[in-house]
Design a protein around this ligand. Sequence first.
Ligand SMILES: Nc1ncnc2c1ncn2[C@@H]1O[C@H](COP(=O)(O)OP(=O)(O)O)[C@@H](O)[C@H]1O
Ligand SMILES: [Mg+2]
Length: 373
Amino acid sequence: MKVPFNPFLINTFQGKDYFCDRENDLKILISHVENDRNVVLYAWRRLGKSALIHRLFDELETSKDYETLYIDLLATQNIDEAIQAISSGIYEKYGKTSTGISAGIQKLLASIGATISFNPLSGTPEITLGVNKSEQPGQSLKALGDYLLSRKKRIVIAIDEFQQINDYEASNAEAVFRAWVQQIPEVRFIFSGSHRTLMEAMFTEKKRPFYQSSQLESLQPISLKAYTEFITGHFQAAKKTIEPESIEKIYSWSRGQTYTVQLVCNHLFANYKKVTNLDVDTVFNQILVQQQAIYANFQKMLTRAQWNIFRAIAKEEPLQNPLGKDFLQKHNLGAASTVSTALKALEKLELVVKDAGNYLVHEVQLARWMARL
Ligand SMILES: Nc1ncnc2c1ncn2[C@@H]1O[C@H](COP(=O)(O)OP(=O)(O)O)[C@@H](O)[C@H]1O
Ligand SMILES: [Mg+2]
């Protein structure tokens, strides 16, 4: 892997050296995989689920006992697109040989009615499924599964943003996937998702196909201690300095959210040799200013009642009782019943989340921006 210019990465996994801690989470995941248990990895957004999966896969691939397949369902709208994503993943992993496309993969793709074409602009291959495939998603998945079973090594598949299947128009997507997982019991699955309530519901509600099928692992923020060592280490290695006090300030402003901590450190590392608390404030401000146009849109998206309570939650974080008299009066929110309805809508959109009894604005940077309004 290439050495990055800035050790604080904000959009990829580039190897262990730039990955902070998560040793215990990694151990737990490895133990699940080694003991044939499927896993649900869930957490709030941008805490590091996807990066952790890549870190795990790096480890598993290095061990030479496993082959790993990472599938992201975020952009998929229906089962066909999910199958397309899985086929593409398989093609990427196994399809290319020194003499062209592997014969086995060609046969596999043909059997599910998929064709490979090359994007004329980027030259990257694209898998397209034939029409009317949606009538037999189970069969296509079975063919893909059979291929995976034919591999010599153990296969671990991560399906990221798995909650997306709740949005598919076909109502039986969960059942179709569940059947697939059961058809290939030798393959280990890691289901990951950012929509915590949806993920929990899928795996804990009795009537749902995935009920109690996997081990639930909720990812927590990296500890301040581990982050302090990581940040200090990278600054020192570049002959720069940052005090633990500044790191604590960053960590609490970011609510320990990995992405935001990384982003702030990325800017500080780029612009300063000796970071002061004043510099930290400057960077906070720059980050919020940059996002301003996006954040302003939220006000347009929401009703007035929703917006008012949304902003009030940001200002009062962490808020325990959003229907309490003091809170309603202080922020001029009107009747508790109106607030209750608006709050439910915000929770459904996961703009507001309840964490350990406290109401929070899910996106921490958005929360910091609104708190200033
Ligand atoms: N342990 C880590 N150490 C350093 N950076 C990390 C770590 N985990 C995640 N990141 C960074 O934070 C960003 C957000 O993580 P990501 O895995 O995409 O979150 P999620 O999948 O939970 O939404 C990533 O782009 C990655 O660069
Ligand atoms: Mg992710």
